[in-house]
Design a protein around this ligand. Structure first.
Ligand code: SF4
Length: 83
């Protein structure tokens, strides 16, 4: 019985170190510049993390040196779309 969790990468602070993709290769991949993003939903943070990968995401978030991996129990909503 878990709460759904969501994740996305703050690409403004990601330093393309490559750690998250090592820890959670089913969730994080890198763009052409090496910056990470969630492959679940093109880094929108709106599709729940599959339960079996939640621990990987938590570990990646802990290990990320810049704190760029965000997690939440609700979908991330793009504020840009409000305009
Ligand atoms: S661990 Fe953090 S800084 Fe490193 S690639 Fe992943 S999101 Fe970027």
């Amino acid at each position: 019985m878990g709460v759904e969790k969501y994740t996305k990468v703050d690409k403004a602070t990601c330093i393309a170190c490559g750690i998250c993709g090592e820890i959670a290769p089913d969730i994080f991949d890198y763009d052409e510049s090496g910056f990470s993003y969630s492959i679940l939903d093109e880094n929108e943070g709106v599709i729940p993390i599959p339960t079996e990968f939640e621990d990987d995401v938590d570990e990646a978030a802990e290990e990320c040196p810049t704190g760029s991996i965000k997690t939440a129990e609700r979908p991330f909503i793009s504020r840009c779309m409000a305009k």
